[in-house]
Design a protein around this ligand. Sequence first.
Ligand code: GLV
Ligand code: MN
Ligand code: MN
Length: 420
Amino acid sequence: MLVYMIEASEIQAGGARAKARCDELGAFPYSDQAHGLFRPYLSPAHRETLGRLAQWMDDAGMSVETDAVGNIIGHYAGRTPDAPVLLIGSHVDSVRDGGRYDGMLGVMLGIEAVGHFHRHNQRFPFALEVIGFGDEEGSRFSTYMMGSRSAAGLTQTIDDSVTDRDGVTLHDALASWGLSTTRFKTAKRDNVLAYVEAHIEQAPHLERAALPLGLVRGIASQYRYRVTLGGQAAHAGTAMHERRDALAAAAEAISAIEAIGCAGPDDLVTTVGCLTVENGAPNVVPGLVVMTVDIRAVTPGVREDAAGQILKTLEAISHKRGVTLAVEQVQDLQGALCNEALNLTLRDAIIETTGKAPPVLLSQAGHDAMIMAHLAPMTMLFIRCEGGISHNPAEAVNSEDVEAAHRTLVNFITRVGEER
Ligand code: GLV
Ligand code: MN
Ligand code: MN
């Protein structure tokens, strides 16, 4: 009994530490924003964060490296030098004014799980690696998931002349870290047995079910487009019937895109997240607008149908209003299903920890796991998040839930070890 109590409090400390460390990384110098969190790829905040993570990985008994795309990897050897690798990962970058747990909590839970086995001097017939991907959110360049795509060894066509908001090219940002897209392929992880990612839910299903943890069945496919509407800039005194107002066209399009999302199946979501009015001024009829359209669905074909409807609607609006239309696809991310055998093991680990069968959830949010599924069998653990609010500084998790996630990950790894 005494042994169990020591064990329980030690594991509990791991969950609390994982949360506290995410909180520590939520501010300067781990954020490039004066208040709140913005940690974009290859930024000063990213560099500082990797330094801190390297210390924590080292304390947890791992050797640490940074790969050719800026991912950080902590390695904890298996029983034999050639043992395959169980990868535990998530991302370290954030959206602008983001939350402290999206991505980072999964990395912290990986470090805590390895730290637990290190303290108990426990090795497995596989090595453990914790990987913190650098570019999942695409919040600096119009790239996406370059970290996991490189780690999974996927062929990527990357235009490294793309610039961030300040005009810095991806090429120059990489060069300032001594990196180059030409070497991304060397970041591929080899001999990977499985990939597991713990992540906050980013939806309110667990909260509504009053449960701390969920099992993910699959992750939605995504399309992302850049849409340019070109009207005619004109004086605000121009008669209403003489105008070709690009912003009014965009407003109509935004409402129509929302309506298409609402009318579709439950798993369809459509979002216009960015809108730029070129040379906007109070006394100018807007002449040029650029906006993004993000379309996601889990069921095959649903995303494609919605994209077709949205394109037709945009063409009709552009025709009716006499504005030009250019649509560029900037992202086509295939969804992924979690591995059934790993999900059974993770389910058992959740039940052992919480005493309750977890709900099986679909993720509308994208995750590195959907990319890593190309490399190895993959599974995902969801952790309840307050109100389901994410990509927002109000993002919050409860300490007991994080402790349950920590305990589950330790159980999961132990079970995978017993199964081999
Ligand atoms: C990342 O959080 C995404 O789902 O776009
Ligand atoms: Mn995110
Ligand atoms: Mn995330």
